[in-house]
Write a protein that binds this ligand. Structure first.
Ligand SMILES: [Zn+2]
Length: 496
Protein backbone atom coordinates (compact mmCIF):
# COMPACT_ATOMS: atom_id res chain seq x y z
CA UNK A 1 0.00 0.00 0.00
CA UNK A 2 1.42 3.40 -0.96
CA UNK A 3 2.11 6.14 1.59
CA UNK A 4 -1.03 8.01 0.54
CA UNK A 5 -4.14 6.18 -0.53
CA UNK A 6 -5.72 9.26 -2.07
CA UNK A 7 -3.33 10.14 -4.90
CA UNK A 8 -3.66 13.78 -3.91
CA UNK A 9 -2.75 16.18 -6.71
CA UNK A 10 -2.45 19.95 -6.39
CA UNK A 11 -4.14 21.60 -9.39
CA UNK A 12 -3.48 25.25 -8.61
CA UNK A 13 -2.31 27.56 -5.88
CA UNK A 14 -3.86 31.04 -5.71
CA UNK A 15 -1.60 34.07 -5.92
CA UNK A 16 -1.60 36.37 -2.88
CA UNK A 17 -3.52 33.79 -0.85
CA UNK A 18 -3.01 30.31 0.54
CA UNK A 19 -6.12 29.06 -1.27
CA UNK A 20 -5.53 25.98 -3.37
CA UNK A 21 -7.42 23.62 -5.66
CA UNK A 22 -6.68 19.91 -5.68
CA UNK A 23 -7.98 16.54 -6.85
CA UNK A 24 -7.88 13.21 -5.07
CA UNK A 25 -9.26 9.75 -5.60
CA UNK A 26 -11.23 7.85 -2.96
CA UNK A 27 -12.51 4.28 -3.14
CA UNK A 28 -15.67 5.60 -4.81
CA UNK A 29 -15.04 8.76 -6.81
CA UNK A 30 -12.69 11.47 -7.85
CA UNK A 31 -12.99 14.44 -5.54
CA UNK A 32 -12.12 18.04 -6.34
CA UNK A 33 -11.36 20.68 -3.73
CA UNK A 34 -12.07 22.97 -2.02
CA UNK A 35 -15.13 20.98 -1.06
CA UNK A 36 -17.99 21.02 1.37
CA UNK A 37 -19.30 17.79 2.90
CA UNK A 38 -22.93 17.72 4.08
CA UNK A 39 -23.38 16.01 7.43
CA UNK A 40 -25.35 12.78 7.49
CA UNK A 41 -25.33 12.17 11.22
CA UNK A 42 -27.57 9.10 11.18
CA UNK A 43 -26.57 7.97 7.67
CA UNK A 44 -28.95 10.60 6.28
CA UNK A 45 -28.48 14.28 5.49
CA UNK A 46 -31.55 15.49 7.31
CA UNK A 47 -34.67 15.62 5.13
CA UNK A 48 -32.70 15.15 1.87
CA UNK A 49 -32.66 12.31 -0.64
CA UNK A 50 -29.28 10.98 -1.71
CA UNK A 51 -30.40 11.80 -5.26
CA UNK A 52 -30.70 15.46 -4.23
CA UNK A 53 -27.16 15.34 -2.86
CA UNK A 54 -25.90 13.96 -6.16
CA UNK A 55 -27.73 16.64 -8.13
CA UNK A 56 -26.53 19.41 -5.82
CA UNK A 57 -22.95 18.24 -6.32
CA UNK A 58 -22.05 16.59 -3.00
CA UNK A 59 -18.89 14.55 -3.45
CA UNK A 60 -18.45 13.26 0.09
CA UNK A 61 -21.02 12.87 2.85
CA UNK A 62 -19.98 12.77 6.48
CA UNK A 63 -21.44 10.16 8.82
CA UNK A 64 -21.09 10.01 12.59
CA UNK A 65 -19.46 6.91 14.00
CA UNK A 66 -20.70 7.66 17.50
CA UNK A 67 -24.38 7.59 16.55
CA UNK A 68 -24.09 4.72 14.08
CA UNK A 69 -22.12 2.61 16.54
CA UNK A 70 -25.07 2.84 18.94
CA UNK A 71 -27.71 2.42 16.24
CA UNK A 72 -28.00 0.48 13.99
CA UNK A 73 -24.66 -0.92 15.23
CA UNK A 74 -21.66 -2.34 13.34
CA UNK A 75 -23.28 -5.73 12.79
CA UNK A 76 -25.87 -4.18 10.46
CA UNK A 77 -23.15 -2.62 8.33
CA UNK A 78 -21.20 -5.86 8.33
CA UNK A 79 -24.17 -7.90 7.14
CA UNK A 80 -25.50 -5.33 4.67
CA UNK A 81 -22.14 -4.58 3.08
CA UNK A 82 -21.17 -1.15 4.37
CA UNK A 83 -22.70 2.29 4.63
CA UNK A 84 -22.83 3.14 0.92
CA UNK A 85 -25.17 0.31 0.09
CA UNK A 86 -27.11 0.82 3.33
CA UNK A 87 -27.98 4.46 2.56
CA UNK A 88 -27.96 4.12 -1.23
CA UNK A 89 -25.09 6.52 -1.83
CA UNK A 90 -22.33 5.58 -4.22
CA UNK A 91 -20.03 8.54 -3.82
CA UNK A 92 -17.64 8.96 -0.88
CA UNK A 93 -18.33 8.80 2.83
CA UNK A 94 -16.11 10.26 5.52
CA UNK A 95 -16.73 8.86 8.99
CA UNK A 96 -15.66 10.80 12.05
CA UNK A 97 -14.19 9.01 15.03
CA UNK A 98 -16.87 9.69 17.62
CA UNK A 99 -14.51 11.75 19.77
CA UNK A 100 -16.25 15.05 19.20
CA UNK A 101 -19.71 13.70 20.11
CA UNK A 102 -18.42 12.21 23.33
CA UNK A 103 -16.89 15.57 24.18
CA UNK A 104 -19.93 17.62 23.26
CA UNK A 105 -22.99 15.58 24.18
CA UNK A 106 -24.36 16.12 27.65
CA UNK A 107 -23.89 12.80 29.40
CA UNK A 108 -21.41 11.29 31.78
CA UNK A 109 -18.09 10.25 30.34
CA UNK A 110 -14.57 9.60 31.46
CA UNK A 111 -11.31 9.54 29.60
CA UNK A 112 -8.36 7.25 30.15
CA UNK A 113 -5.41 6.07 28.13
CA UNK A 114 -7.58 3.18 26.91
CA UNK A 115 -10.23 5.45 25.42
CA UNK A 116 -13.44 7.27 26.27
CA UNK A 117 -16.00 5.59 28.48
CA UNK A 118 -19.58 6.76 28.04
CA UNK A 119 -23.13 5.62 28.49
CA UNK A 120 -25.30 4.87 25.49
CA UNK A 121 -28.14 7.38 25.21
CA UNK A 122 -30.29 4.55 23.86
CA UNK A 123 -30.05 1.82 26.48
CA UNK A 124 -27.72 3.19 29.18
CA UNK A 125 -25.07 0.57 28.44
CA UNK A 126 -21.49 1.55 29.28
CA UNK A 127 -19.22 1.58 26.24
CA UNK A 128 -15.47 2.05 25.98
CA UNK A 129 -14.74 3.83 22.71
CA UNK A 130 -11.07 3.07 22.16
CA UNK A 131 -9.10 4.13 19.08
CA UNK A 132 -9.31 0.48 17.99
CA UNK A 133 -13.11 0.23 18.39
CA UNK A 134 -13.53 3.51 16.52
CA UNK A 135 -11.46 2.26 13.58
CA UNK A 136 -13.12 -1.16 13.70
CA UNK A 137 -16.55 0.48 13.47
CA UNK A 138 -15.44 2.75 10.64
CA UNK A 139 -14.04 -0.30 8.85
CA UNK A 140 -17.37 -2.12 9.03
CA UNK A 141 -18.99 0.94 7.46
CA UNK A 142 -16.32 0.83 4.75
CA UNK A 143 -16.08 4.61 4.63
CA UNK A 144 -13.64 6.14 2.17
CA UNK A 145 -12.00 8.33 4.78
CA UNK A 146 -11.76 7.42 8.46
CA UNK A 147 -10.80 9.79 11.26
CA UNK A 148 -8.49 8.85 14.14
CA UNK A 149 -10.05 9.18 17.59
CA UNK A 150 -8.83 12.37 19.25
CA UNK A 151 -9.15 13.86 22.69
CA UNK A 152 -11.30 16.99 22.36
CA UNK A 153 -11.14 19.82 24.87
CA UNK A 154 -12.47 23.38 24.89
CA UNK A 155 -10.25 25.47 22.64
CA UNK A 156 -9.80 27.95 25.47
CA UNK A 157 -8.36 25.29 27.84
CA UNK A 158 -5.19 26.12 29.79
CA UNK A 159 -1.82 24.95 28.56
CA UNK A 160 -1.40 21.96 30.89
CA UNK A 161 -4.82 20.53 29.93
CA UNK A 162 -4.21 21.21 26.25
CA UNK A 163 -0.78 19.58 26.35
CA UNK A 164 -2.04 16.47 28.07
CA UNK A 165 -4.97 16.10 25.63
CA UNK A 166 -2.64 16.64 22.69
CA UNK A 167 -0.16 13.99 23.84
CA UNK A 168 -3.01 11.51 24.29
CA UNK A 169 -4.31 12.38 20.81
CA UNK A 170 -0.88 11.54 19.38
CA UNK A 171 -0.74 8.16 21.12
CA UNK A 172 -4.28 7.39 19.98
CA UNK A 173 -3.34 8.41 16.43
CA UNK A 174 -0.53 5.84 16.37
CA UNK A 175 -2.91 3.17 17.71
CA UNK A 176 -5.49 4.11 15.05
CA UNK A 177 -2.91 3.66 12.30
CA UNK A 178 -1.99 0.24 13.65
CA UNK A 179 -5.70 -0.69 13.81
CA UNK A 180 -6.22 0.46 10.21
CA UNK A 181 -3.55 -2.03 9.10
CA UNK A 182 -3.50 -2.61 5.36
CA UNK A 183 -7.14 -1.65 4.80
CA UNK A 184 -7.61 0.38 1.61
CA UNK A 185 -9.60 2.98 3.55
CA UNK A 186 -7.85 6.31 4.07
CA UNK A 187 -7.17 7.65 7.54
CA UNK A 188 -6.79 11.27 8.69
CA UNK A 189 -5.20 12.46 11.91
CA UNK A 190 -6.41 15.49 13.84
CA UNK A 191 -4.01 18.24 14.85
CA UNK A 192 -4.81 19.50 18.34
CA UNK A 193 -3.22 22.13 20.59
CA UNK A 194 -6.06 24.52 21.48
CA UNK A 195 -5.16 28.14 20.72
CA UNK A 196 -1.47 27.74 21.56
CA UNK A 197 0.87 28.06 18.61
CA UNK A 198 3.68 26.11 20.27
CA UNK A 199 1.37 23.12 20.85
CA UNK A 200 -0.09 23.33 17.35
CA UNK A 201 3.44 23.24 15.97
CA UNK A 202 4.32 20.23 18.10
CA UNK A 203 1.11 18.41 17.20
CA UNK A 204 1.54 18.97 13.46
CA UNK A 205 5.20 17.91 13.59
CA UNK A 206 4.42 14.70 15.48
CA UNK A 207 1.41 13.67 13.36
CA UNK A 208 2.90 14.49 9.97
CA UNK A 209 5.75 12.07 10.74
CA UNK A 210 3.18 9.29 10.58
CA UNK A 211 1.77 7.94 7.28
CA UNK A 212 -1.70 9.52 7.43
CA UNK A 213 -3.54 10.28 4.19
CA UNK A 214 -4.68 13.73 5.29
CA UNK A 215 -4.87 16.01 8.30
CA UNK A 216 -7.68 17.76 10.08
CA UNK A 217 -7.43 20.91 12.12
CA UNK A 218 -9.31 19.90 15.24
CA UNK A 219 -10.28 21.59 18.45
CA UNK A 220 -11.72 24.69 16.79
CA UNK A 221 -15.32 25.91 16.71
CA UNK A 222 -15.47 24.90 20.39
CA UNK A 223 -15.52 28.13 22.36
CA UNK A 224 -13.07 30.54 20.72
CA UNK A 225 -13.88 33.76 18.84
CA UNK A 226 -13.98 34.08 15.07
CA UNK A 227 -10.68 35.91 14.69
CA UNK A 228 -8.87 33.52 17.04
CA UNK A 229 -10.20 30.62 15.03
CA UNK A 230 -9.02 32.17 11.78
CA UNK A 231 -5.56 32.88 13.19
CA UNK A 232 -5.11 29.33 14.50
CA UNK A 233 -6.55 27.88 11.32
CA UNK A 234 -4.11 29.79 9.14
CA UNK A 235 -1.17 29.03 11.38
CA UNK A 236 -1.98 25.31 11.58
CA UNK A 237 -2.74 24.95 7.86
CA UNK A 238 0.71 26.41 7.22
CA UNK A 239 2.27 23.59 9.26
CA UNK A 240 0.68 20.82 7.19
CA UNK A 241 2.25 19.15 4.16
CA UNK A 242 1.37 20.48 0.72
CA UNK A 243 0.69 17.06 -0.74
CA UNK A 244 -2.12 15.94 1.60
CA UNK A 245 -5.67 17.25 2.07
CA UNK A 246 -6.37 19.64 4.94
CA UNK A 247 -9.71 19.47 6.64
CA UNK A 248 -11.26 22.00 9.02
CA UNK A 249 -13.81 20.09 11.07
CA UNK A 250 -17.26 21.45 11.83
CA UNK A 251 -16.90 24.73 9.90
CA UNK A 252 -19.01 26.64 9.06
CA UNK A 253 -21.03 29.45 7.48
CA UNK A 254 -20.30 30.30 3.83
CA UNK A 255 -18.18 33.23 5.04
CA UNK A 256 -16.23 31.03 7.50
CA UNK A 257 -15.49 28.62 4.68
CA UNK A 258 -14.37 31.36 2.31
CA UNK A 259 -12.02 32.70 5.00
CA UNK A 260 -10.60 29.25 5.72
CA UNK A 261 -10.04 28.47 2.02
CA UNK A 262 -8.09 31.75 1.88
CA UNK A 263 -5.99 30.37 4.74
CA UNK A 264 -5.16 27.10 3.00
CA UNK A 265 -7.92 24.62 3.95
CA UNK A 266 -9.37 22.15 1.41
CA UNK A 267 -12.26 20.34 3.13
CA UNK A 268 -15.19 21.35 5.33
CA UNK A 269 -18.24 19.83 6.95
CA UNK A 270 -21.08 21.45 8.80
CA UNK A 271 -24.70 20.89 9.76
CA UNK A 272 -25.54 24.55 9.11
CA UNK A 273 -27.20 24.28 5.65
CA UNK A 274 -29.81 21.80 6.83
CA UNK A 275 -30.00 23.04 10.41
CA UNK A 276 -30.84 26.66 9.54
CA UNK A 277 -33.29 25.38 6.90
CA UNK A 278 -35.19 23.63 9.67
CA UNK A 279 -35.50 27.02 11.34
CA UNK A 280 -36.68 28.64 8.10
CA UNK A 281 -33.45 30.34 7.00
CA UNK A 282 -31.48 30.33 3.75
CA UNK A 283 -28.25 31.71 2.31
CA UNK A 284 -28.77 33.55 -0.97
CA UNK A 285 -26.92 35.82 -3.37
CA UNK A 286 -28.79 38.69 -1.66
CA UNK A 287 -27.81 37.72 1.88
CA UNK A 288 -29.15 35.51 4.64
CA UNK A 289 -32.97 35.32 4.64
CA UNK A 290 -35.26 34.28 7.48
CA UNK A 291 -38.27 33.10 5.53
CA UNK A 292 -40.66 33.42 8.46
CA UNK A 293 -40.48 37.21 8.18
CA UNK A 294 -43.71 38.86 7.09
CA UNK A 295 -41.98 40.70 4.22
CA UNK A 296 -42.18 37.51 2.12
CA UNK A 297 -45.90 36.87 2.62
CA UNK A 298 -46.87 38.17 -0.81
CA UNK A 299 -43.47 37.78 -2.49
CA UNK A 300 -44.01 36.13 -5.84
CA UNK A 301 -40.35 36.09 -6.90
CA UNK A 302 -38.13 33.04 -6.60
CA UNK A 303 -36.06 32.46 -3.47
CA UNK A 304 -32.73 33.40 -5.07
CA UNK A 305 -32.71 34.92 -8.55
CA UNK A 306 -29.20 33.59 -9.17
CA UNK A 307 -29.87 29.99 -8.11
CA UNK A 308 -30.98 27.18 -10.39
CA UNK A 309 -31.86 24.66 -7.71
CA UNK A 310 -35.21 22.81 -7.80
CA UNK A 311 -36.55 24.98 -4.96
CA UNK A 312 -35.70 28.26 -6.66
CA UNK A 313 -36.91 27.27 -10.10
CA UNK A 314 -40.26 25.99 -8.87
CA UNK A 315 -41.50 27.78 -5.74
CA UNK A 316 -42.19 31.38 -4.77
CA UNK A 317 -40.91 33.08 -1.65
CA UNK A 318 -44.55 33.44 -0.56
CA UNK A 319 -45.06 29.66 -0.60
CA UNK A 320 -41.76 28.98 1.19
CA UNK A 321 -42.68 31.65 3.75
CA UNK A 322 -46.00 29.89 4.33
CA UNK A 323 -44.33 26.47 4.76
CA UNK A 324 -41.74 27.89 7.16
CA UNK A 325 -44.39 29.71 9.18
CA UNK A 326 -46.49 26.55 9.40
CA UNK A 327 -43.52 24.41 10.43
CA UNK A 328 -44.14 22.08 7.50
CA UNK A 329 -41.52 19.39 6.83
CA UNK A 330 -41.60 20.25 3.14
CA UNK A 331 -40.42 23.77 3.95
CA UNK A 332 -37.42 22.35 5.81
CA UNK A 333 -36.68 20.03 2.90
CA UNK A 334 -36.98 22.69 0.18
CA UNK A 335 -34.95 25.29 2.05
CA UNK A 336 -32.32 22.69 2.97
CA UNK A 337 -32.07 21.65 -0.65
CA UNK A 338 -31.47 25.25 -1.71
CA UNK A 339 -28.83 25.73 1.01
CA UNK A 340 -26.93 22.64 -0.13
CA UNK A 341 -26.97 23.91 -3.71
CA UNK A 342 -25.81 27.31 -2.45
CA UNK A 343 -22.86 25.80 -0.55
CA UNK A 344 -21.80 23.58 -3.43
CA UNK A 345 -22.16 26.40 -5.93
CA UNK A 346 -19.96 28.59 -3.72
CA UNK A 347 -17.32 25.84 -3.58
CA UNK A 348 -17.42 25.45 -7.37
CA UNK A 349 -16.99 29.20 -7.85
CA UNK A 350 -14.11 29.22 -5.39
CA UNK A 351 -12.40 26.36 -7.20
CA UNK A 352 -12.92 27.91 -10.62
CA UNK A 353 -11.53 31.23 -9.41
CA UNK A 354 -8.41 29.51 -8.04
CA UNK A 355 -7.90 27.67 -11.32
CA UNK A 356 -8.41 30.91 -13.26
CA UNK A 357 -5.99 32.84 -11.02
CA UNK A 358 -8.78 35.10 -9.76
CA UNK A 359 -9.37 33.90 -6.23
CA UNK A 360 -8.54 37.15 -4.45
CA UNK A 361 -11.06 39.10 -6.53
CA UNK A 362 -13.73 36.53 -5.75
CA UNK A 363 -12.72 36.52 -2.08
CA UNK A 364 -13.20 40.28 -1.74
CA UNK A 365 -16.42 40.29 -3.74
CA UNK A 366 -18.01 37.45 -1.75
CA UNK A 367 -16.87 38.83 1.57
CA UNK A 368 -18.89 41.95 0.89
CA UNK A 369 -22.25 40.24 1.05
CA UNK A 370 -21.86 36.80 2.64
CA UNK A 371 -22.30 38.23 6.13
CA UNK A 372 -25.33 40.32 5.17
CA UNK A 373 -28.96 39.73 6.03
CA UNK A 374 -31.53 40.28 3.29
CA UNK A 375 -30.11 43.24 1.35
CA UNK A 376 -33.44 44.01 -0.30
CA UNK A 377 -35.50 43.93 2.88
CA UNK A 378 -33.32 45.25 5.69
CA UNK A 379 -34.60 44.37 9.14
CA UNK A 380 -33.87 47.78 10.66
CA UNK A 381 -34.92 51.13 9.30
CA UNK A 382 -32.03 53.55 8.84
CA UNK A 383 -31.59 55.90 11.80
CA UNK A 384 -32.76 59.48 11.21
CA UNK A 385 -29.79 61.85 10.95
CA UNK A 386 -29.07 63.40 14.32
CA UNK A 387 -28.06 66.93 15.01
CA UNK A 388 -24.37 67.00 15.74
CA UNK A 389 -23.14 68.59 18.92
CA UNK A 390 -20.03 70.65 18.32
CA UNK A 391 -18.99 71.00 21.92
CA UNK A 392 -18.59 68.59 24.84
CA UNK A 393 -17.19 69.73 28.20
CA UNK A 394 -13.50 70.55 27.54
CA UNK A 395 -13.52 69.99 23.78
CA UNK A 396 -14.98 71.55 20.68
CA UNK A 397 -14.87 70.74 16.99
CA UNK A 398 -12.57 73.11 15.15
CA UNK A 399 -13.09 73.66 11.43
CA UNK A 400 -9.87 74.60 9.64
CA UNK A 401 -9.78 77.11 6.80
CA UNK A 402 -9.12 74.22 4.42
CA UNK A 403 -12.44 72.73 5.50
CA UNK A 404 -11.32 69.73 7.55
CA UNK A 405 -12.44 69.23 11.13
CA UNK A 406 -10.22 68.54 14.12
CA UNK A 407 -10.49 68.68 17.89
CA UNK A 408 -9.69 71.73 20.07
CA UNK A 409 -9.05 71.57 23.80
CA UNK A 410 -10.97 74.64 25.03
CA UNK A 411 -8.97 75.45 28.18
CA UNK A 412 -5.52 75.31 26.55
CA UNK A 413 -6.62 76.28 23.03
CA UNK A 414 -4.53 73.41 21.64
CA UNK A 415 -5.77 71.98 18.35
CA UNK A 416 -4.92 68.37 17.59
CA UNK A 417 -3.83 67.91 13.98
CA UNK A 418 -4.20 71.64 13.22
CA UNK A 419 -2.25 71.87 9.96
CA UNK A 420 -3.17 68.78 8.04
CA UNK A 421 -6.33 66.71 7.79
CA UNK A 422 -6.17 64.49 10.93
CA UNK A 423 -6.28 61.09 9.20
CA UNK A 424 -3.65 62.17 6.69
CA UNK A 425 -1.38 63.49 9.42
CA UNK A 426 -1.85 60.33 11.48
CA UNK A 427 -0.94 58.21 8.50
CA UNK A 428 2.21 60.19 7.71
CA UNK A 429 3.44 60.69 11.25
CA UNK A 430 2.54 57.43 12.92
CA UNK A 431 1.65 54.69 10.47
CA UNK A 432 4.38 55.28 7.91
CA UNK A 433 7.15 56.21 10.31
CA UNK A 434 6.57 53.10 12.42
CA UNK A 435 6.54 50.79 9.36
CA UNK A 436 3.23 49.43 10.60
CA UNK A 437 2.29 47.87 7.25
CA UNK A 438 5.44 45.79 7.20
CA UNK A 439 5.05 44.77 10.80
CA UNK A 440 1.50 43.46 10.45
CA UNK A 441 2.61 41.28 7.54
CA UNK A 442 5.27 39.63 9.68
CA UNK A 443 4.66 35.85 9.53
CA UNK A 444 4.09 35.05 13.16
CA UNK A 445 1.19 34.18 15.42
CA UNK A 446 2.33 36.67 18.04
CA UNK A 447 0.02 39.64 18.44
CA UNK A 448 1.42 42.99 17.37
CA UNK A 449 0.64 45.33 20.26
CA UNK A 450 0.28 49.01 19.37
CA UNK A 451 0.27 51.56 22.19
CA UNK A 452 -1.73 54.64 21.35
CA UNK A 453 -1.06 56.46 24.60
CA UNK A 454 -3.55 59.33 24.34
CA UNK A 455 -6.47 58.19 22.23
CA UNK A 456 -7.88 61.70 21.59
CA UNK A 457 -10.42 61.59 18.77
CA UNK A 458 -8.86 58.30 17.64
CA UNK A 459 -7.31 59.60 14.40
CA UNK A 460 -4.10 57.65 15.02
CA UNK A 461 -5.99 54.54 16.09
CA UNK A 462 -8.23 54.70 13.03
CA UNK A 463 -5.21 55.22 10.78
CA UNK A 464 -3.61 52.11 12.28
CA UNK A 465 -6.81 50.10 11.78
CA UNK A 466 -7.15 51.34 8.21
CA UNK A 467 -3.56 50.36 7.50
CA UNK A 468 -4.20 46.91 8.97
CA UNK A 469 -7.33 46.42 6.87
CA UNK A 470 -5.54 47.44 3.71
CA UNK A 471 -2.77 44.95 4.38
CA UNK A 472 -5.25 42.20 5.23
CA UNK A 473 -6.86 42.60 1.82
CA UNK A 474 -3.74 41.56 0.00
CA UNK A 475 -1.72 39.36 2.31
CA UNK A 476 -2.05 37.20 5.41
CA UNK A 477 -1.53 39.31 8.51
CA UNK A 478 -0.73 38.67 12.16
CA UNK A 479 -3.22 39.70 14.86
CA UNK A 480 -2.95 43.32 16.03
CA UNK A 481 -3.97 44.67 19.42
CA UNK A 482 -4.47 48.37 19.99
CA UNK A 483 -3.99 49.59 23.57
CA UNK A 484 -4.67 53.09 24.84
CA UNK A 485 -4.17 54.59 28.29
CA UNK A 486 -6.62 57.44 27.68
CA UNK A 487 -8.91 58.24 30.62
CA UNK A 488 -10.91 61.06 29.01
CA UNK A 489 -13.21 59.93 26.22
CA UNK A 490 -14.93 63.28 25.63
CA UNK A 491 -13.13 64.16 22.43
CA UNK A 492 -13.72 60.67 21.07
CA UNK A 493 -17.41 60.96 21.86
CA UNK A 494 -17.55 64.37 20.23
CA UNK A 495 -15.83 63.10 17.09
CA UNK A 496 -18.25 60.20 16.92
ZN1 LIG B 1 -31.92 27.72 -4.89
Amino acid sequence: MSASRLNFRLDAQAAGSRARAATFQTLHNEVVTPLFMPVGTQATVKAQLTRTLEEAGSQIVLANTYHLLLRPGPEVFRQLGGIHRFMSWDRSVLTDSGGFQIFSLPHSRSMSEAGAVFQSYLDGKTILLSPELSIETQKTMNSDIMMALDRCIASTADEATAREAMAMTHRWAARSLAARGDSAQSLFAIVQGALLSELRRESAARLTEMPFDGFAIGGLAVGEGKSEREDVCEFTAGLLPNDKPRYLMGVGTPLDILEAVHRGVDMFDCIIPTQVAQRGAVFTSRGYLQMKRGVYKFAEEQLDAECECPTCTRYSRAYLHHLAKSGETLGWQLLGKHNLYFYHQLMREIRESILAGEFLELYHRKREFLHESDLDNPTRLPKPPRKRALRLRNYEVHIAREGFASMRHIASGEIMHSRTEPMEEARRLYVEQSNLAERVRDRTMEKLVVWDVGLGAAANAMAAIRCYEEQAKTAPTRPMRLVSFENDLDSLQLAF
